[in-house]
Design a protein. Sequence first.
Length: 162
Amino acid sequence: MVTEFSGSGQTRNLRVGVIASRFNEFITARLLSGALEALRACGVPDGNIAVAWVPGALELPQAASRMAKGGGWDALVALGCVIRGETHHFDVVADGAARGTDAAARETGVPIAFGVLTVDNAEQAVARAGGALGNRGADAAKAAVDMANLFRQFPPLTQRQV
Ligand code: INI
């Protein structure tokens, strides 16, 4: 018989940290609202949620890593918005945020959902931050809950394995 593990949307007693970047706050505030709404809908009480603000998307990985290493979080959600400008800077910030967040999750073992928009213009961002195309902050929050629920079903790691 095959053993199947699956995280589900509903949860109890999860502690979730949300890291939001202030750069393009007119968008990240909407991502944050979506994420908080989704966490509440999953059954995470407000008392189990903390929000940490960082300057920009490039700071998300370090803040996530610090929070994960500090302990106390079943999952983290990183929220940001990178809008393409005229220079190569977009790629640097977008790549750094994505690769850094992935590295932080792998190094710490704490699920870190990536809710960072990488878009060409503000219209695309608005559409994905509670507009016509949904809310990527909410999607990331649900992914974080799913991953935390999934990991809860696995045997705990020993200190050496963390
Ligand atoms: N940070 C963002 O979150 N989005 C952007 O679009 C952006 N752009 O375009 O420059 C951005 N830059 C700031 C960066 O994340 C760091 O905060 C900064 O480089 C200081 O380390």
